[in-house]
Unconditional design. Structure first.
Length: 369
């Protein structure tokens, strides 16, 4: 039985996690309404244009919402968008107390929701499980404040840092359990990005095939982004026949212009400014932000990951480490590019977490800026 205030907020956070992968570019929010020690309303954000978490919980609670307490993972909105302001619904429902995990950095909200509730004599409390609430919506937080997506560098490697053998074989470095987890991460990410060489070497599907947060197989597919500066990816690649959409980013070289006229269902070609056929990744992120992509998971290869690190564009790392030794001077390492010249300049991770799978470890953390 839930009995303490922090337990109810933890419950709200678990509801928010159910919404991940369905709400972008809106945040994933969870809400719980409690009256006389009983949960009378539950809600989590629906697809854009549909109910927010607070409205869903209020509708479920009905008259039991009057005099009740609400626990919500993100500050309630106070502006008219595709749906009405949640603050207005909270006030009209007669809720007497609201606990908020974290302020919404959206300039249209950013404290105004709390102020609206307080102006209506509703007690407000802020900061319960704030860090966890931020992590759930880390993509939204960056997108809404900077206009570009949150970048996750995800890779699997052997103990000696290899992603393939000297002959290019990479199947499989990690166990099925780890691969299923990685597919689940694809489900909650707006876009997956790989370089042309990954397509040429592995011919991947780049689809979300894991289980979604609501149970059952993932039905939503993230946008597939192929960084193909030289226009080398053939039309026969499997990625073009998979469900969902694919975006091919070409360098702005004259030789690539003819590819813009290629018409293939679910596929779009764009040209991005470049230098020596190397695409400007910062510019590509701006383009994705304009398309309301809030999170991008960069899955390789070595050259693309190296470029993202060299340009200091990585926000988070998901590194699967398998108990294998591949060896070989010519076998590719995880991160290529220029790298750093001194160890003191290496990229450091904060808030590091370590999880164990069947045979490997997942090390995750946020890149120190």
């Amino acid at each position: 039985m839930l009995s303490r205030p922090l337990d109810y907020m933890a419950y709200s956070l678990s509801l928010a996690e159910l919404a991940l992968g369905y709400t972008s570019p809106n945040p994933a929010v969870g809400a719980v309404i409690v009256r006389d020690g009983l949960v009378v309303g539950l809600g989590h954000t629906q697809q854009p244009g549909l109910e927010h978490a607070e409205i869903m919980a209020i509708n479920q609670a009905g008259e039991m919402a009057r005099g009740a307490t609400m626990y919500v993972t993100l500050e309630p909105c106070c502006h008219q968008g595709k749906t009405g302001p949640c603050t207005e619904a909270i006030i009209n429902a007669g809720i007497s107390e609201v606990h908020v995990a974290v302020i919404d950095p959206n300039p249209l909200v950013n404290g105004k929701g709390i102020s609206a509730l307080e102006a209506a004599s509703i007690k407000t409390f802020l900061g319960e499980y704030e860090q966890r609430a931020r992590e759930i919506n880390e993509g939204y937080f960056k997108y809404i404040t900077q206009g570009i997506p949150f970048v996750i560098a995800k890779f699997a490697m052997s103990l000696d840092g290899k992603i393939a053998t000297r002959d290019g074989d990479s199947k499989w470095i990690t166990s099925e359990e780890a691969r299923n987890y990685a597919n689940g991460q694809r489900h909650i990410t707006d876009a997956i990005m790989v370089g042309a060489n990954t397509i040429l070497m592995d011919d991947p599907k780049l689809t979300a095939r894991g289980y979604s947060g609501k149970g059952g197989r993932s039905k939503r597919q993230p946008l597939r982004v192929i960084v193909d500066g030289q226009g080398k990816v053939p039309p026969t690649a499997r990625v073009f026949s998979e469900p969902g959409k694919t975006l091919v980013a070409l360098s702005d070289e004259p030789s690539n212009r003819e590819k813009l006229s290629i018409k293939r269902e679910g596929t779009e070609y764009i040209m991005v400014k470049s230098q020596d056929e190397l695409i400007d990744l910062a510019e590509l992120l701006k383009i994705l932000g304009q398309r309301q992509i809030t999170t991008v998971m960069v899955e390789g290869g070595s050259r693309l990951l190296g470029s993202f690190f060299d340009n200091r564009l990585v926000d988070k790392v998901l590194a699967f480490i398998a108990p294998l030794i591949i060896g070989g001077e010519t076998a590719k390492t995880v991160v290529g590019g220029r790298g750093v010249s001194k160890v003191r300049d290496a990229f450091h991770l904060n808030n590091v977490k370590i999880e164990k799978f069947e045979t490997e470890l997942l090390v995750s953390g946020y890149v120190s800026k």
